[in-house]
Design a protein around this ligand. Structure first.
Ligand SMILES: Nc1ncnc2c1ncn2[C@@H]1O[C@H](COP(=O)(O)OP(=O)(O)O)[C@@H](O)[C@H]1O
Ligand SMILES: [Mg+2]
Length: 481
């Protein structure tokens, strides 16, 4: 059975002038769980596509009145998510190959063999699902990332962007978790800016920075004389955020008394200022952040379970930078653009060695640390490109000596990427393979058994590949840190 992944069955359009052939194919596709629509000509097919959401089009290639290539062009231009498969007699395989070059997904030789049809529709639907998912993610990303403020291409970050989009316009409480410097504050602000509350204030409170008594008054305000220093009444941050968003950072540090008060605000949107018995009500959207595992805090008895459930309505988890290797170069470029402008410097980019060092480092301070590192490098840089010598010792120390060695003749696969238009496939694949292995290793904390399983290779193969790519030392030092 084929599942469209959505609410119902997958819809297939069959464009076949020959009714007998069409019916046989339709029976087979229906048995596979597809909804099948028919058209006897290209013109009819266009009409059907305008009225129905179709995932896969099977079309006769060149038997009039079906003109498969014309239909392919129409689908590409107007329904880019649909996948086109040609059906054609053995005599015109060459033109079918031609058609694939123009963007058809596959072709089925006629007479149609049912097993082939089943396999082909399965693969076409899978491809279609990937296309649709890709477009959805890209739309979400370009939306959020086009602000130029938030950079990310890692799959998990795309999921984050998608979630930001989905929850922004609700009042749902959002809990953002992630290590320090992963972008929690940035994401909180992005949610606010993309919500209907964007004209109203976004108020940020670093809960960990204030002693308990001050924090309570900071959040809820106080009346004159409520405590020694309360010489005048003062509205708190909740009142200041009325109509907008309040962002409570480092929420795990809240005291038991404060947790109780927060629970009430989240439940009823009401509170009393310190020293007052007047109940105030507010309309605020609450976003919270924690760099500690909040559930762990619940289990340790430090965080109220009922508050946890209130807080954890929507959880956005930001992966540490070392787990999104592909984002490191992007972010480095992003910060370089900013800091070279601020410093009035002409720096074209990074040397390969510098990028390699940046990608090998484990970034305990995450994006914030990378940001500082690039700012420092821009200030220090005396040449056209930021090199390893401009990076802090803990980062530059990770450059493999082999990268500096003069390029020998033979097995250059492990060397830095060289602009070499006609390198062998193995050479071209070496760098991507290395990146993938490094990323997966780091995602599994250096555990080779887990990484090998995730990569679908055995441990010995992984070990050999690590040795080939000089990843044994880097992995060892990372696991130890
Ligand atoms: N995806 C990102 N794109 C661009 N800048 C980022 C990204 N993530 C974090 N930053 C920047 O890194 C720094 C740290 O982010 P921040 O949101 O303060 O982290 P956290 O609140 O998790 O400690 C900020 O200057 C922020 O703008
Ligand atoms: Mg923060």
């Amino acid at each position: 059975m084929i599942d469209s992944g959505g609410d119902g069955r997958s819809t297939v359009l069959l464009v076949e002038p020959d009714a007998v052939v069409g019916e046989a194919a339709a029976r087979c596709l229906s048995a596979e769980g597809c909804e099948v629509l028919h058209a006897a000509s290209t013109a009819q097919a266009v009409g059907v596509l305008q009225r129905h959401a179709v995932q896969v089009v099977f079309t006769e290639l060149s038997e009039p009145p079906a003109d498969g290539l014309e239909l392919l062009r129409y689908v590409k231009a107007n329904h880019p998510e649909a996948v086109v498969v040609f059906m054609t007699g053995y005599g015109s395989i060459e033109s079918a190959v031609q058609a694939i070059k123009q963007g058809a997904f596959d072709y089925l030789p006629k007479p149609i063999v049912e097993d082939d049809l089943r396999l082909t529709v399965g693969r076409a639907l899978q491809q279609q699902g990937l296309l649709a998912e890709n477009r959805r993610l890209k739309a979400a990303v370009s939306d959020l990332a086009s602000s130029g403020q938030i950079v990310g291409s890692d799959y998990r970050m795309m999921k984050v962007f998608e979630l930001v989009d989905a929850v922004a316009d609700s009042r749902a409480t959002v809990l953002i978790t992630g290590e320090s410097g992963t972008g929690k504050s940035l994401i909180a602000r992005a949610i606010h800016q993309r919500s209907g509350r964007r004209q109203a204030p976004f108020v940020e409170v670093a809960c960990g920075a204030l002693p308990e008594m001050l924090l309570e008054s900071e959040l809820f305000g106080h009346v004159k004389g409520a405590f020694t220093d309360a010489v005048a009444s003062r509205p708190g941050k909740f009142a200041a955020a009325h109509g907008g968003t309040i962002f409570l950072d480092e929420i795990s540090t809240a005291s038991p008394a404060l947790q109780m008060k927060l629970l009430r605000v989240l439940q009823e949107r009401t509170f009393e200022p310190v020293g007052s018995n007047q109940t105030l009500s507010v309309d605020v959207r609450v976003i919270l952040a924690s760099n500690r595992d909040l559930w762990g805090e619940v289990e340790a008895g430090r965080f109220r379970r009922d508050l946890y459930y209130r807080v954890n309505v929507v959880n956005i988890e930001l992966p540490p930078l070392r787990e999104r290797i592909a984002d490191i170069a992007l972010l480095a470029e992003h910060f370089l653009t900013r800091f070279r402008r601020e410093n009035g410097k002409l720096i074209a980019g990074f040397t390969d060695e510098a990028v390699q060092a940046l990608q090998s480092y484990h970034w305990p301070g995450n994006v914030r640390e990378l940001e500082n590192c690039i700012e420092r490098a821009v200030v220090l840089c005396r040449s056209a490109r930021v090199g390893v010598e401009d990076l802090p010792a803990e980062v530059s120390g990770l450059v493999r000596p082999v990268a500096r060695a003069p390029a020998g003749g033979g097995s250059g696969a492990a060397g830095p990427a060289r602009p070499h238009p006609d390198c062998t496939l193995a050479e071209a694949m070496a760098e991507p393979e290395k990146q993938i292995i490094r990323a997966v290793l780091s995602a599994h904390g250096g555990n080779r058994t887990a990484a090998a399983a995730a990569l679908g290779i055995n441990r010995t193969t992984l070990y050999k590949k690590m040795r080939k790519h000089s990843l044994l030392d880097a992995a060892g030092s990372r696991a130890g840190s």
